[in-house]
Each structure stands twice: as structure tokens, then as C-alpha cells.
Design a protein around this ligand. Structure first.
Ligand code: NOJ
Length: 536
């Protein structure tokens, strides 16, 4: 093994480390009301210390009427009472800090709740001082919306406000009016939001729909989708050319970066950037925009060697020199990797997590990834996600990936008290839970733990160059730095890689850990391994 070289300047914590996303309402309920909360996170900080997590991003804990479960904010600087208090947040930051774990918050700058005092004032009259904080426009002559934009949550992106006779724009629900980021006062208001949280010791933000905040100043119609466009554009019948992905968004990100960089240590900006790979690099700017930008083509890809290898190669080819990728396979919108990538097959989930933790870049795990938690079907009458409620049975929404975290095999699953009905149904905690996996050396949790700690202790796995090897079929293999090789077999068929001399440090089949290799590396279907080269 190439140990971490004490002579090298350390990587910034978020480059060398592993991040973890918490969906707070489903993580741990400390007060028995069926909803996860901030004290529940505090009570589980030992889980992160043990696992080796460096930074935790919390989906929004700010005030919200929950039309979109926290992504519709009524106060960007106050805590939603379901989750606890500002004192709880301060304690979380302090207690996590003592364990060297940083807390990141979710910033939702594209829109507010329609109940936010800013919007209530804005919609109160055409001459309201806050009218221009949102995007208002007159109906067309026939009374129809000002242009053809559609919401990514379905239907027109415009809703008529009867009392003032104008439409307001929303890229999501009608309850989530979009802010007007051309307005300087909106920019200043958000500068204060960033500072409010940074001053409290928050280590950074994940920025919601970061690519969409600025819209075309002339509100031009989006062009129609063509047969060459991706699934989403074809589904909406148009390309998001004018209601998202505008070049002026970069001015705003640079402004936020200046604020983040004015802190010591600099705060971290991670963007939700659902864009094609040829656009992703722009969000890093010249090292003056995002620190990390989520890679949606990677999350969206099937777990197939040829596709994954191509996306990773293209990512490296397209990112600017100094940019650092983020690798993630699950989140609260995209489904859990154990189901989407791994099709509920534990062998596949193990290989997927090994891959995530051995690529060059920052891995971001979603709660439950570490135990291979699959999606859980939520019956129609228990759906809470507005998208599931609206589109069922064609689309069941995002509840299946938001169900509570199973901590132990007990009534309430260790998530909430016995006898309490959780806000979303728990899966059978007997089939997959943290406590049982902690004591099982062959478990997914132990594998995740060991891979994270190996990465922590190994320069090559943190910073070593990524160099893919020539492979075919289901095999994907890459060298990390001078001394490590990673090989994953993303197929049912056995695979082998010739001329490997070294030692298996960690394999998904833990019985192989420590095995010496001299010759072919043979992998069974859906098996993966990290190998220290030449270490015989
Ligand atoms: C992306 C968030 O991840 C998602 O949960 C939310 O519904 C939309 N943005 C709107 O804020």
C-alpha cells in the first residue's frame, strides 16, 4: 500500500474526504413524532465518525409549508420546528466539529414558497416594492401564459394571479415561485443568507437547481425538442434553453464563491447541476465557481462497464484542469443505488460502492447506501411526494427513496419509537439495518467502512491519477496513482485481467482480502477489488 505521504500538502478536506447526504425527515426521530430531526442527527454522529465521513449535507431544515418537503422555503434563516431549533443546529455543528465532521446545508435560491413573506408582498400589487423579486409577466392577448415554458414538475411554468392579472413563473410547483435573479436586491438578500449560515460555522452549501436560477431576460420561447434530444427534453417537448442554463448564472455563482472564499477555512459550494457533460465544466469556472458539481449523466447511467467507463473518461476530458468531480449514485430524487444501479442484487450494490469509493474525485453517499438499502414501495394512499400524488400510477414519485433509515431490527426500526407511525413507511428493518451489519464482518456496512478507511489512509486512492486500462465485456479496470489498481466486473460472466502482480487489499468477496496475485486477476460476476500493485 502507498501510505499517505506526510511531506505532501494535504488536499482540501472535501477533496480527500467522503461526503454523506442526510434526508433529515427520514434519518432519525429523537422525539417520537414520526419525523426525523436534528437531534436525531446529533445522536448518530458516532455512526459518521466510525464510518469515516468527513462532511454531511442536510437536505433543507429551514422553514417550509412542505408543498415540496422543505424545498419550498418561507424563511431561509430559521429552522423548521419539526426538525428542532437553531440551538440544535448550533449544537450539531459544534458536536460534529469535535469529531472533525463538517456540516453543509442546502441552499434553495431558485425559488421560495408561495407563502414566503417576499412572495406574499410581491403578489399583493403590481406596484409592490417586491414585485420585481419574482418573475411576473402579462398574459398573451388570448389570455394564455407569456411563453411556452413548461415546469419540470409538469404543466405550464406559469400560473395566473387573478387579483393582479399577471402570470408568475415557476420551474417546479405553482407553490414554488421562481425568484428574479436579475434583481440586485434578491442577490443581496442571498448574500446575507450565505453569511448567516457561514457565520454559524456551516462548512458549505449544496445548491438546489443551481443551473436554473437565471432565466432569459426577454422570456423567449424554448425551442421544440428533436429526435436527437435526451429523454427529458422529449418528454417535455422542448429544450430548456431559456428557462435554465443561461450564461449569466455564472456571475451569480462567482459572487457566491467570493463570499465562500472570504471565510477561513473557505466554505464549499456544491451544485445540483443536471446538465450534459459538455456543459458541466462551465460550472467550475476558472476555479472561481463551484467546488463540486453533481454529475447527472453518471448517476443516470446504467451500471454497465462500457457506459460508465465512457462517462468517467468524458468527465475527465471535459472538466477544466483544476476541477474535481463528485461521484454519487443515489439521492432523494434519483432513487437509491441499491435499486436503480444494482436492481436489488447485493453483489451489484457492493461493486457499485467499491467503484464510487475508488474513483478519483469526491464520493457522495446518500443515507442508506452504506447498508445497501433498496427503495421501498410506498402504497398510493401513503404517498407524500407531490409528484407521486400528481402523477400516480404513471409515476410513483420520490417517496420510495425517502423512506426512513433502519437503524436496528426493532419496532420503529430504531428510526422512531415502537408504536409510532413514521411519516413514510419503514421497510422491514429485519432485512437490512445498521446494527446487524455492524457486527457482521462480511456486511455491506463493513465493506463501506473498510473502503472509506482504506481511501483515507492511501494517497493513491485520494489523489492518484485515474488511468483506465484496456478492458472489454463487463470488466472496467483503472489504475490509481503509481501503486493501486481497481477492477470491477459489471456483468454476470466471469472476467479476468492479465499480468497483475500484487495483493488484493479489499474485494467485495471479503474472503479474498489479502490474497497475493501473480498472473491473471480473476473476478466472478459482479465482483470488484482494490489491489496494491507489486506488494508481494
Ligand atoms: C431539486 C431537489 O433536489 C428536489 O427535491 C426539489 O423538488 C427540486 N429541486 C425543487 O426544489
Amino acid at each position: 500500500m502507498t501510505p499517505v505521504d506526510p511531506g505532501q500538502p494535504p488536499l482540501p478536506w472535501w477533496k480527500g474526504g467522503v461526503l454523506y447526504q442526510i434526508y433529515p425527515r427520514s434519518f432519525a426521530d429523537s422525539n417520537g413524532d414520526g419525523n426525523g430531526d436534528i437531534r436525531g442527527v446529533i445522536e448518530h454522529l458516532d455512526h459518521f465518525s466510525w464510518l469515516g465521513i468527513d462532511g454531511v449535507w442536510l437536505s433543507p431544515v429551514t422553514r417550509s409549508p412542505n408543498a415540496d418537503w422543505g424545498y419550498d422555503v418561507t424563511d431561509f434563516c430559521a429552522v423548521q420546528p419539526d426538525f428542532g431549533s437553531m440551538e440544535d443546529v448550533d449544537q450539531l455543528i459544534a458536536d460534529a466539529g469535535r469529531r472533525d465532521i463538517r456540516i453543509l446545508m442546502d441552499l434553495v435560491p431558485n425559488h421560495t414558497s408561495d407563502q414566503h413573506p417576499w412572495f406574499l408582498e410581491s403578489r399583493s400589487s403590481r406596484t409592490s416594492p417586491r414585485r420585481d423579486w419574482y418573475l411576473w409577466a402579462d398574459p398573451k392577448d388570448d389570455g394564455s401564459p407569456p411563453n411556452n415554458w413548461v415546469s419540470s414538475f409538469g404543466g405550464p411554468a406559469w400560473t395566473l394571479d387573478e387579483s393582479t392579472g399577471q402570470y408568475y413563473m415557476h420551474n417546479h410547483l405553482a407553490e414554488q415561485p421562481d425568484l428574479n435573479w436579475w434583481n440586485d436586491e434578491v442577490r443581496e438578500a442571498f448574500d446575507a443568507v450565505l453569511r448567516f449560515w457561514f457565520d454559524r460555522g456551516v462548512a458549505g452549501f449544496r445548491i438546489d437547481v443551481c443551473n436554473a436560477i437565471i432565466k432569459d431576460a426577454d422570456l423567449r420561447d424554448n425551442p421544440p425538442a428533436t429526435a436527437e434530444d435526451d429523454f427529458e427534453a422529449q418528454m417535455f417537448g422542448q429544450r430548456s434553453v431559456y428557462n435554465a442554463n443561461r450564461p449569466e448564472v455564472h456571475d451569480v455563482i462567482r459572487r457566491w464563491r467570493r463570499i465562500a472564499d472570504s471565510y477561513d477555512p473557505p466554505r464549499v459550494l456544491i451544485g445540483e447541476t443536471p446538465v450534459h457533460l459538455d456543459q458541466l465544466g462551465a460550472y467550475y469556472g476558472n476555479g472561481d465557481e463551484l467546488d463540486l458539481a453533481f454529475n447527472f449523466p453518471f448517476i443516470d447511467s446504467p451500471l454497465e462497464a462500457e457506459k460508465m467507463r465512457r462517462i468517467v473518461a468524458e468527465t475527465w476530458m471535459r472538466l477544466p484542469e483544476a476541477a474535481w468531480p463528485a461521484w454519487t449514485g443515489s439521492n432523494h430524487d434519483m432513487s437509491r443505488l441499491a435499486t436503480r444501479w444494482a436492481k436489488d442484487d447485493p453483489r451489484r450494490a457492493r461493486v457499485a460502492v467499491l467503484m464510487l469509493l475508488a474513483l478519483r474525485g469526491t464520493p457522495v453517499l446518500y443515507e442508506g447506501d452504506e447498508i445497501g438499502l433498496p427503495n421501498r414501495h410506498v402504497p398510493h394512499e401513503q404517498l407524500r411526494d407531490p409528484l407521486g400524488v400528481r402523477f400516480w400510477p404513471h409515476y410513483e414519485g420520490r417517496d420510495a427513496m425517502r423512506t426512513p433509515m433502519p437503524w436496528r431490527n426493532a419496532p420503529g426500526g430504531g428510526f422512531t419509537d415502537a408504536g409510532v407511525t413514521p411519516w413514510l413507511p419503514l421497510d422491514d428493518p429485519g432485512s437490512c439495518n445498521v446494527e446487524d451489519q455492524r457486527t457482521d464482518p462480511g456486511s455491506m456496512l463493513q465493506l463501506t467502512h473498510d473502503l472509506i478507511h482504506l481511501r483515507r489512509d492511501t494517497d493513491d486512492l485520494q489523489d492518484g491519477a485515474y488511468r483506465p486500462l484496456e478492458t472489454d465485456g463487463g470488466l472496467w479496470a483503472w489504475q490509481r496513482g503509481g501503486g493501486h489498481l481497481v477492477a470491477v466486473n459489471l456483468s454476470d460472466d466471469p472476467a479476468s485481467l492479465p499480468d497483475v502482480s500484487g495483493r488484493i487489499v479489499i474485494a467485495t468477496d471479503r474472503a479474498r482480502d489479502g490474497a497475493e496475485l501473480a498472473g491473471d486477476l480473476r473476478l466472478a460476476g459482479w465482483e470488484g477489488a482494490v489491489i496494491a500493485l507489486g506488494a508481494r
